[in-house]
Design a protein around this ligand. Structure first.
Ligand SMILES: [Zn+2]
Length: 486
């Protein structure tokens, strides 16, 4: 069902599958605003109208707010801005667990490339739908998908179709590589720009403004200077960002030193690419000079701690980034190097990794982690003034998280509970642009059971064609060996 076709709702509690963005009052919750002062209203309310937040306050909601079309009781829950998963690869939803325990370059060869070569549009749609539902269940309202499989142009469209269907806020960061990469995935700059223009015409602003398209050089060692210059110039004309994996491993930094004579951030600065619109994914192995260059020129670091641990890449210098005023967003990375899209897990790991690395229990505090997940994410989305904080005027991307489950209770400090106690299992309600996509733990925007079954079915056929061995129990094997046709 498209948003435009949805029936309007007149009852006080949310019951229909895709409610219109009328007025909605959330009351009796613990409101974690994530504002500059980290204001928390132990009991408070949030009023939404026409997709925007129009009121936030402590105590009882004012009488005028009680005439809202819908009222959601958030007693026993935190009410907070939706989390931003600022970097993933949704097509990898089929690849989790496939090549565990390998470093980055071996992992690409063993798992990612063989399956990616065979991927079709319908398969990408099934994988991305599953991945978006998983994001939604973990309290994510915005996703940046670094989509770099272009053996079939239908794949990009299929991923955007999933975003349109599920209703999340979504950036398609259209990946590319033009040198020294797997031959079947390389494209020249002319093709990247032509495809980018086509995708932009079809998808920019779709879903009532929820979907955006930007370009995304995959890695410095796979992208020529000239192609990066041209594509960054084009995204700046479009007024959107550019997304790139950078300084993920020591080996990749050394490759840039060997081939270009400088470190990756120095290279980006030297070709005019470094700027506030650049999303620097990973940024694990940064020198002091590179940190200074980002602070001076702008750029958002997208920190993926679970992936960095999973692939044994290293520990990013997050406290030093924050000290220099560099915006930092958080992300899961693709399911191939995380096995999950659980942003609550990422919140906890973000804090724990810095603590153990610095042998300092104060190295990363919960309020800072929430700041990165919400406000840093808003900056990565290119919407620093519209997302990330519960305050009047901002877009109504809001989640409710249960604080009274056996996993979370008792709660002494709510920000601490959100980072250390809570998990995706505690996410009760997800609202994007005033629309309720999940409520009381039920996905309202699509058929979740059907999406999981389709993903399982499609995935086994894809792996069979790709010649990738799995160890599925017989009852989960699909007879299908041909790609599905719609
Ligand atoms: Zn990645």
């Amino acid at each position: 069902m498209s948003p435009q076709e949805a029936p309007s709702e007149s009852t006080s509690e949310v019951t229909d599958r895709w409610p219109d963005p009328g007025s909605l009052l959330i009351e009796n919750g613990c409101v974690v605003t994530v504002d500059d002062s980290h204001t928390v209203h132990d009991r408070g309310w949030v009023l939404i109208d026409q997709g925007r937040i129009v009121g936030v306050g402590p105590g009882e909601a004012p009488a005028s707010a009680r005439s809202a079309g819908k009222v959601v009781d958030a007693a026993g829950m935190a009410v907070m801005p939706g989390l931003v998963n600022a970097h993933t690869h949704l097509f990898q939803s089929f690849l989790r667990g496939l090549a565990d325990d390998k470093p980055l370059l071996e992992w690409l060869e063993a798992a990612i490339w063989p399956v990616a070569k065979e991927l079709t549009g319908p398969e990408a749609r099934a994988a991305s739908r599953l991945g978006l539902i998983e994001n939604l269940r973990s309290g994510v309202t915005s996703v940046i998908d670094h989509q770099y499989v272009h053996t079939d142009t239908a794949i990009d469209d299929a991923v955007c179709e999933s975003a349109l269907e599920t209703g999340l806020r979504f950036v398609l960061a259209r990946g590319w590589a033009d040198m020294d990469y797997h031959p079947e995935f390389m494209e020249d700059a002319d093709r990247v720009l032509a495809e980018g223009e086509r995708l932009r015409r079809r998808w920019q602003g779709a879903g009532e403004g929820r979907i955006s398209v930007e370009l995304a050089p995959l890695i410095p060692w796979g992208c020529s200077d000239e192609a990066v210059r041209r594509t960054v110039a084009r995204t700046r004309e479009w007024g959107v960002g550019t997304h790139i994996h950078v300084n993920e491993t020591r080996e990749e930094v050394q490759m840039n030193l060997d081939t270009r004579g400088n470190r990756p951030i120095e290279w980006l600065e030297s070709i005019g690419a470094l700027g506030p619109d650049l999303q620097l994914v990973h940024s694990v192995w940064l020198s002091d000079h590179e940190l200074d260059l980002i602070a001076e020129n702008g750029g958002v670091v997208v920190h993926c701690p679970v992936s960095n641990m999973y692939l044994a890449s290293g520990v990013a210098r997050v406290p030093e980034m924050l000290e220099r005023g560099i915006p930092v967003a958080l992300a899961t990375d693709g399911p191939g190097s995380n096995n999950s899209q659980d942003m609550f897990e990422t919140l906890k790991v973000t804090a724990l990794l810095q603590k153990v690395h610095h042998l300092d229990a104060m190295a990363m505090l919960p309020a800072t982690v929430l700041d990165m997940a919400c406000r840093g994410g808003a900056t990565a989305m290119g919407l620093p003034d519209d997302l990330g904080v519960l305050e009047p005027g901002r877009i109504a991307d809001v989640i409710l998280v249960g604080l009274e489950s056996p996993f979370a209770a008792p709660v002494h400090r709510v920000e601490s509970a959100l980072v250390y106690n809570c998990g995706a299992r505690d996410v009760d309600t997800v609202i994007v642009g005033g629309r309720v996509l999940m409520h009381r733990g039920e996905i309202l925007c699509c058929d979740e059971a059907e999406a999981v079954a389709e993903a399982q079915d499609v995935c086994t056929g894809l792996f069979h064609r790709a010649g990738v061995a799995t160890h599925l129990p017989d009852r989960m094997k699909s007879p299908r060996t041909q790609p599905p046709r719609r």
